[in-house]
Design a binder for this molecule. Structure first.
Ligand code: CAP
Ligand code: MG
Length: 415
């Protein structure tokens, strides 16, 4: 129609400059793809639904350009000046904002993005990264074991610390809060921190190994800063943050805070399914994982490819690459494999991840017939078997805990 100008944002002859930010989308619309693509580029940069009485020349250079269209997949180049340095919320308000709500576009998925060095330079990335986390734990050449007490909430601080102690003594390296445990009346944050740190000291003395705690500080931002300080006061190495429910603004604030106090960030991605699971609409885990590395988490949940949570091997493999592959100055992020794991499927996890992985088993430890300590032993034994290239069944011959785990769960992938 005479007043529309969306196709002015489509130029398949355009060669993105090295300073452009590039975003890849899948578009579902009844409109011709050029029309739909132009709407995405227009609304996520300078445009609106109608031509304007005034459009100064200098603003024209801020018009985003659809430079590639393949079927319903489009790539859009954005002048980097459209984005405030170091501001993730504004980045998302631009390329993941209004465009998801446009009536003419029935479905839109933000699949991935690429940034120029000039934009990457505004972000610190991970403080510790894989090598730094390994140094914190003095664990060099094997996957790191993690467990979440189950049931996931309800224990009081002393009961919780007791489960942590048993798990650590059984061989778990890191105790982890569940995503919905923060500071409920039955288990206040300060009480849990105090009791678990006492148990951690005892377990370290008993095992001679460094033990740590992913305590969930998720809350309002100022409160998270206060909790992070308390964690540092106890000399604990990590905080855990539910990065999507707190939001990227809060995550950026806590990244600064954790730099000051020298504490690593474990990123849980609870709520991602609301954005990521619909293949026709939403935001992919590639985008969320890449943003998390940009801001600077040290450990990041990426799925299992075999466990109870959605996420196929191929997708998990892509997320592992986003965590670990060379990317400007950013340290690699430790991928976390979690969700329905137990000793019987540890070989599948190591086959997919290699040794640079945090293997988290909650039910797969505390559901062991012998209890938490035996469950922890079974998990460690399964990892030892893999690192020595021995089958689990062979290794379980003279290791009761692994044998019992295999008797209960075999090699099943939980649904
Ligand atoms: C796993 C878990 C984790 C999920 C999150 C849970 O417990 O504690 O939150 O792994 O999913 O609450 O389900 P289990 P993801 O070990 O008992 O399954 O890691 O895919 O983000
Ligand atoms: Mg959980």
């Amino acid at each position: 129609m005479g007043f529309e100008w969306y196709t002015d944002f489509v130029d398949t002859s355009y060669e993105p400059s090295e300073d452009d930010i590039i975003c890849h989308f899948a578009v579902n619309s009844e409109l011709p793809i050029e029309e739909a693509a132009g709407r995405v580029a227009s609304e996520s940069s300078v445009g609106t639904w109608t031509t304007l009485a005034k459009l100064p020349e200098r603003i024209k250079k801020l018009m985003a350009k659809v430079f590639r269209i393949e079927g319903n997949r489009i790539s859009v180049a954005y002048n980097v000046e459209l984005f405030e340095e170091g501001n993730i919320p504004q980045f998302l308000s631009s390329v993941a904002g209004n465009i998801f709500g446009m009536r003419a576009i029935q479905g839109l998925r933000f699949e991935d993005f690429e940034i120029p060095e000039v934009f990457a330079a505004n972000f610190a990335g991970p403080q510790f990264g894989i090598e730094g986390v390994r140094n914190l734990l003095e664990i060099r050449d094997r996957p790191i074991t993690v467990t979440v007490p189950k049931p996931k909430v309800g224990f009081d601080a002393k009961e919780y610390a007791e489960i942590g102690f048993k798990s650590w003594v059984g061989g778990i390296d890191i105790l982890k809060d569940d995503e919905n445990l923060t500071s409920q009346p039955f288990n206040r944050f300060e009480d849990r921190l105090k009791e678990v740190m006492k148990a951690r000291d005892k377990a370290e003395k008993e095992t001679g190994e460094i033990k740590s705690f992913l305590i969930n500080i998720t809350a309002e931002t100022y409160e998270m800063e206060r909790r992070a300080d308390l964690v540092a006061d106890y000399g604990n190495e990590f905080v855990m943050i539910d990065i999507l429910t707190v939001g990227f603004s809060a995550l950026q604030t806590l990244r600064e805070k954790c730099e000051e106090i020298g504490v690593a960030i474990h990123a849980h991605r609870a709520m991602h399914g609301a954005l990521t699971r619909n293949p026709e609409h939403g935001i992919s885990l590639r985008v969320i994982t890449r943003l998390s590395r940009l801001v600077g988490v040290d450990n990041m949940h990426v799925g299992t490819g075999v466990g109870k949570m959605a996420g196929k091997r191929e997708e998990v493999s892509q997320l592992i690459d986003i965590c670990r592959k060379e990317w400007y100055h950013f340290k690699p992020v430790f991928p976390v494999s979690s969700g329905g794991l137990h000793p019987g499927i540890v070989p599948d996890v190591i086959d997919l991840f290699g040794k640079d992985v945090l293997i988290q088993a909650g039910g797969g430890v505390h559901g062991h017939p012998g209890g938490s300590e035996s469950g922890a032993k079974a998990l460690r034994q399964a990892i030892e078997a893999c690192m020595e290239g021995i089958s689990l069944e062979e290794y379980a011959r003279d290791r009761k805990e692994l044998r019992q785990a295999l008797e209960k769960w075999g090699r099943i992938s939980p649904k």
